[in-house]
Write a protein that binds this ligand. Structure first.
Ligand code: EPS
Length: 360
């Protein structure tokens, strides 16, 4: 499976091509609505107030409501870009923003919004992820879900997946929603931004997906998450906590009744174990701030920059659907590759049940 996106935040449209999806999957424009709305700006006061329609047009790869096996082309037209917001900083670099490195690399500057480095690009990742989620659910019964598991210093005191979709923060502890609202209101008023952690998991992945050395499942997942704008860290299972665990604590004991824990995060030796895949992703605080900061302009002179316009005080709050999409795309790719190499063979060795988070 190959996916690429195209388009800039302030160009006429953004889009993606999904190549390698098997034929026969039912797919309609309405399928994209729910996930695109979950990711979109302008739904609450806690995100950017840009209001995009995010209507998906299916340009190719679908005939009479089913995928044909040829490349699927999806298009979303930009309807609410305001390029004049950027006139004041067209010749300035935002500290912590990719506009400096893009100019160093390509030697030209496109002052229209964040261009390719804008979170707008993630719209098409989510759209592509819808196809992967649908295929994984129908073909393999795999479900992918995510929540925000930290905002700045705030961590959930309780954990309930049913709370996640019932508040604007994808937050698993309903009792903390008022606290988060107060935190975000104060943050927005201050002109500053905050980082966040997203927890994403896949349920029902069979053992055997992935590769043992190059293209390890966990390496593919980490690369996919790291390719999302603003991501600065990825953990699989116990992640960096493994550093202080003893081997006797970290290993997931096995018995005929199943695994006793899931510190591996569902991946052993680059191959899925049949446990839930558990991934944690760190999003940096966004760099487009109303607070003045020292920088240079494109002629190298020192200046002070202030970014006005419609920005996210915490872009991680919109990231759960993006992380779900990237995990689903990696898993669909791995499932197809596994089938190509090993076929749909039954396991040669008895499978033991995974220790799933809902059992803990
Ligand atoms: C973004 C800046 C804002 C956000 C945008 C992400 O857009 P603009 O370029 O118009 O100032 O609204 O997010 C989206 C439009 C979106 O759909 O996610 C940025 O700097 O990353």
């Amino acid at each position: 499976l190959r996916v690429t996106t195209f388009g800039e935040s302030h160009g006429p449209a953004i889009g993606c091509v999904i190549d390698g999806c098997p034929p026969g999957l039912a797919l309609a424009p309405e399928d994209f609505r729910a996930d695109l709305d979950r990711r979109a700006t302008g739904k609450t006061r806690h995100t950017s107030q840009r209001h995009e329609a995010d209507e998906v047009e299916i340009l190719s790869g679908v005939f009479e409501g089913r995928t044909t096996g040829t490349p699927i082309g999806l298009l979303v037209r930009n309807t609410d870009a305001r390029s004049k917001d950027y006139a004041g900083i067209a010749a300035q670099f935002r500290p912590g923003h990719a506009d400096y490195t893009y100019l160093q690399k390509y030697g030209h500057r496109d002052p229209r919004g964040g261009g390719r480095s804008s979170a707008r690009e993630t719209t098409m990742r989510v759209a592509a992820g819808v196809v992967a989620k649908k295929w994984l659910a129908e073909r393999h019964g795999v479900q992918v879900r995510a929540c925000v598991s930290q905002v700045a210093h705030l961590v959930p005191r309780g954990f309930d997946w049913t709370a996640v979709e019932a508040n604007p923060f994808f937050w698993p502890d309903a009792s903390m929603v008022a606290e988060l609202e107060a935190f975000m209101d104060a943050l927005r008023k201050s002109g500053d931004s905050a980082g966040a952690r997203v927890h994403v998991q896949a349920l029902g992945v069979p053992p055997g997906w992935g590769e043992p050395v190059y293209g390890k499942l966990d390496a593919e997942i980490a690369a996919a998450m790291m390719s999302i704008n603003a991501v600065k860290g990825v953990e699989i299972g116990a992640g960096f906590a493994s550093v202080t665990q003893k081997g006797s604590e970290h290993r997931d004991l096995m018995s005929p009744a199943g695994f006793a824990s899931n510190h591996a995060g569902g991946v052993l030796g680059g191959i899925s174990s049949g446990q839930d895949i558990e991934v944690s992703v760190a999003f940096k605080p966004t760099s487009s701030l109303r607070l003045p900061g020292a920088t240079v302009d494109t002629s190298g002179q020192p200046v002070e920059v202030i970014t006005t316009g419609r920005h996210d005080p915490c872009v991680g709050l919109r990231a759960p659907p993006i992380c779900e999409a990237m995990l689903a795309l990696v898993l669909m790719d791995q499932a197809l590759r596994h089938r190509a190499q090993c076929g749909d063979v039954d396991p040669v060795f008895p499978r033991i049940p995974g220790k799933h988070e809902q059992d803990v």
